[in-house]
Design a protein around this ligand. Structure first.
Ligand SMILES: Cc1cc2nc3c(=O)[nH]c(=O)nc-3n(C[C@H](O)[C@H](O)[C@H](O)COP(=O)(O)OP(=O)(O)OC[C@H]3O[C@@H](n4cnc5c(N)ncnc54)[C@H](O)[C@@H]3O)c2cc1C
Length: 380
């Protein structure tokens, strides 16, 4: 057991942190306020290998590990968790095609996805089926060499801006075993998008519904066999949950750093507020929470890298613990700024708003407990 990062891992983290400091952090507040989706910045990140982190190298992927990805997403989120999180979703989509796609699908789609000339969105959730996605209703009916898709996806990150949609749709009977996965290009007739949702945070990326009205997709765009779609969607979420946890960690670390700096400047009752022991203890607890979160996140990432039978449970535990801890630390950092924490220019309230949704998406933290409990109790 080695708790030190290798030289290569330290260099990867430094590269991502440098990119976040130069290309993301200076613009994060403006992007949040203007609801700007910074596609050029995402493409620049792709140029550094961060759009296909754990995709194989023959199609332009970086061929790195899940632990490397956790380091990258934490570092990027020091700049903006919302931007980093979208990159995670694109990475999930690229990995689905790399891991489950045919050789033809890999060579058709991945070279453009690794450079983000093609941006991808992950389409699982529906208006009536979020946590119980295994009962989703979007249908894909075989018609010769095509499938015809009808239905609606809800809350899709990047929708409207993305070029490709990785869509889970029902080809068979009820339940998870009747679901298949399809690659749907944006320009396919019958594909349309709802209005951009007005939301609490994650303003630097659009969230929209995706509608399918008699959308004809070549059968060659089905990934893997019919009926494999739910398994594929869940496997992608194992990694996605680690990434989203890493995004919480980076955001919370940035908020903690801001609080430490602020406490050294702000005076109350004739003293710096950093002189109050009650507040020192709070800082100590915040830093401890984040260090515990980081250590366990790396443990879960190592389990996924090792294809451990415990990986899904560990990924759920990491997502639940790290996103809860990250939100609490960011919220405490806001409190330590007093009234100024509530003003947007200090940048802490944005982090709190961005991190709140990490407790909800990629499976809510209640659903993480369902997964953990199921693993503990077996099928009882
Ligand atoms: C900003 C944003 C971006 C998103 N991006 C994407 C995306 O790109 N792609 C995508 O597919 N989805 C996306 N989602 C959807 C997200 O994954 C879902 O919102 C989430 O899975 C919860 O589903 P729901 O909203 O339908 O809540 P529901 O499933 O209706 O849950 C409501 C409440 O009940 C609880 N609950 C439900 N079932 C149980 C149970 N068995 N035991 C205990 N508690 C339970 C939930 O935890 C929650 O608190 C996004 C959501 C948001 C807000």
């Amino acid at each position: 057991m080695d708790f030190e990062l290798s030289d290569e891992q330290a260099a990867i983290r430094e590269m991502a942190a440098g990119f976040a400091a130069e290309a993301i952090a200076p613009h994060a507040l403006e992007w949040d306020q203007n609801k700007h989706f910074p596609i050029d910045t995402l493409k620049a990140a792709a140029g550094l290998g961060m759009a296909a982190i754990y995709v194989r190298e023959d199609v332009g992927g970086s061929g790195l590990t899940r632990l490397d990805a956790a380091l990258i997403f934490e570092a990027l989120s020091l700049g903006c968790p919302a931007v980093a999180s979208f990159l995670s979703i694109h990475n999930m989509c690229a990995w689905i095609i790399d891991a489950y796609g045919s050789p033809e699908q890999r060579s058709q789609w991945l070279p453009a996805m690794t450079g983000m000339e093609m941006i991808a969105s992950y389409c699982l959730t529906e208006p009536g089926h979020g946590s119980d996605a295994g009962n989703l209703a979007t249908r894909a009916v075989r018609d010769g060499d095509h499938y015809i898709l009808n239905g609606q996806k809800q809350f899709i990150s990047g929708a409207g801006a993305s070029d490709l949609y990785i869509v889970m749709a029902r080809t068979g009977g009820e339940g998870p075993k009747g679901i298949s996965t399809f690659i749907v290009p944006k320009d396919t007739p019958g594909l349309s998008f709802g209005a951009s949702e007005k939301k609490m945070g994650w303003h630097a990326q659009p969230t929209r519904a995706v509608m399918f009205e008699n959308v004809r997709v070549p059968a060659a765009n089905r990934i893997a066999e019919e009926g494999q779609g739910f398994r594929i969607a869940m496997a992608a979420l194992d990694g996605g949950r680690l990434n989203i946890a890493a995004c919480s960690l980076g955001g919370a670390q940035a908020a903690l750093d801001k609080a430490i700096a602020y406490m050294g400047e702000r005076k109350a009752f004739g003293r710096k507020i950093s002189d109050f022991q009650a507040l020192q203890f709070r800082l100590a607890d915040m830093a401890t929470e984040l260090e515990v979160a980081r250590t366990f996140l790396w443990r879960a990432a190592s389990a996924l890298d090792a294809k451990s039978p415990e990986a899904t449970r560990f990924c759920a535990m990491a997502k639940r613990f790290v996103t809860d801890a990250g939100f609490e630390v960011a919220n405490q950092a806001l409190q330590l700024h007093g009234g100024y924490g509530y003003l947007s220019e200090y940048g802490v309230e944005k982090i709190v708003r961005d991190l709140r949704v990490h407790q909800i998406l990629e499976g809510t933290n209640e659903i993480m407990r369902v997964i953990i409990a199921r693993a503990l109790l077996g099928s009882r």
